[in-house]
Design a protein around this ligand. Structure first.
Ligand SMILES: CC(C)(COP(=O)(O)OP(=O)(O)OC[C@H]1O[C@@H](n2cnc3c(N)ncnc32)[C@H](O)[C@@H]1OP(=O)(O)O)[C@@H](O)C(=O)NCCC(=O)NCCS
Length: 395
């Protein structure tokens, strides 16, 4: 039985790198260890982006905390995501991941991350404040038509392509209101990774499309696709196709319409985890976007107060001349509707601000989402969203 008095949870140091890679190899997979190594060897990231639990000198639990951005309409907020979570078998169930997640959340809060995204094992992360707020995209199996031809050429991406990749991804992401996007750093890692192929499609030397391919035992999965039309999408899928001529393509917003005639789409019912640690801070950060939505609605909202009770705490904003201002956080409000306000439990805040359901549908589904007299305003502020999530691993 390990002696837990020796166990320390802390930010990783250079001497931890080999132990981190060994544990990721052992507990997550031999594909993942080399990817962990790439991040550890990158001077722009390095061991300081990881947390570890250490017993004497042995690395017994690890976690990687990576930078991201989230666009909420016209506003971009600093975000993060967690990957590579693992504990050595004989140390499981002792709270080592819990402690590292608490440390990662502290680091994230101190540097001003407002949203955390994660792909992870079922239920586990709900224990740490993550909501399944955004369903994963549908997929479609695309098979190359016989005799198909294209005027596109394909090549593996290099780090010199990162600006072009960012532009292509930005173009694609314009189809969604909520966008969780990779830091550019991540693209350099995917390009270096033995796990993925990042492929650029060019027409006469100009990048016009791209994709990231995971070769799932000969059944290629294609994601992070950027394509401006159905023909480009089909040509990318054909280029990625496995021995049977088929590739499974993840349909991010903007691609669904392209596949209307390409067969049945599929969904595995899973979702991305999202955590909003400080709802009032996020509300303040996205206030210009919320005010844009109010102005754009054409509805005249009278001066007054918008109270959103999260039950344990609350957010209040003043409505002046059809705009929200003076956002403040407050304490418990048990019966907000009787005060002219509304109530949203804290574990549905990510659903409300970032999810595809919107305030009205959340009220229909949840007994403690109560919009009261503010139903029309909440519908304007928090409509159903289209959401585009870039994640390291396919969920
Ligand atoms: C999943 C894993 C990371 C958990 O690590 P751990 O150090 O055992 O986790 P913790 O002890 O901190 O877990 C916190 C709590 O969740 C419980 N828990 C552990 N695994 C759980 C699971 N799969 N589902 C629900 N709860 C779980 C723990 O018992 C603990 O309970 P407590 O709050 O009563 O103490 C570890 O089992 C592992 O490395 N698995 C293989 C690799 C893997 O799948 N990684 C996930 C990639 S996203």
């Amino acid at each position: 039985m390990p002696d837990h008095e020796e166990i320390v949870v802390r930010v990783a140091r250079p001497e931890d790198a080999d132990g981190i890679v060994a544990l990721v190899n052992d507990r997550i997979g031999t594909e993942d260890g080399p990817e962990a190594r790439i991040t550890l060897d990158d001077p722009r990231f390095g061991p300081g982006g990881w947390t570890v639990a250490v017993d004497d000198d042995r690395i017994i639990s690890v976690l990687g905390l990576f930078p991201a951005l989230t666009r909420v309409g016209s506003i971009t907020v600093q975000s993060a995501f967690i990957e590579f979570v693992a504990t050595a078998r004989e140390y499981e169930g002792r709270g080592l991941v819990r402690k590292q997640i608490e440390l990662a959340h502290r680091i994230s809060a101190e540097r001003g991350d407002l949203i955390m995204w994660m792909v992870g094992i079922p239920y586990f992360y709900r224990q740490f404040g993550y909501e399944y707020a955004v369903p994963t995209p549908h997929t479609v199996d695309l098979t190359a038509p016989v005799g198909a031809s294209t005027d596109l050429s394909f090549r593996e991406a290099s780090v010199d392509d990162i600006d072009a990749i960012t532009a292509l991804q930005g173009h694609m992401a314009a189809s969604a209101v909520i966008v969780a996007e990779h830091d550019q750093l991540l693209w350099s890692w995917y390009i270096a990774s033995p796990v993925y192929r990042v492929v650029i499609a060019e027409r006469e030397g100009t990048p016009v499309g791209m994709m990231r391919i995971y070769d799932d035992d000969g059944d290629p999965l294609v994601f992070d696709v950027a394509a401006g039309d159905p023909a480009t999408l089909l040509a990318l899928a054909t280029e990625a196709a496995g021995p049977d001529g088929t590739a499974t393509v993840a349909l991010r917003p903007g691609l669904e319409d392209f596949v209307a005639n390409f067969g049945e789409t599929d969904h595995d019912g899973y979702a991305y985890y999202v955590r909003v640690a400080d709802p009032c801070a996020l509300f303040k950060a996205v206030l210009p976007e919320l005010n844009f939505r109010m102005a754009d609605s054409g509805v005249e909202f009278e001066d007054g107060e918008l109270l959103i009770s999260l039950y344990r705490e609350s957010i209040t904003a003043q409505i002046r001349n059809g705009q929200l201002e003076s956002v403040t956080s407050g304490g418990t409000v048990q019966a907000p509707v009787s005060q002219g306000g509304c109530g949203v439990p804290p574990d549905l805040v990510a659903h409300l601000i970032l999810g595809p359901l919107g305030a009205l549908e959340l009220e229909r589904r949840h007994a403690d989402v109560l919009l009261g007299k503010r139903r029309a305003l909440m519908d304007v502020l928090f409509p159903p969203q289209t959401v585009d999530v870039q994640s390291w691993v396919w969920p």
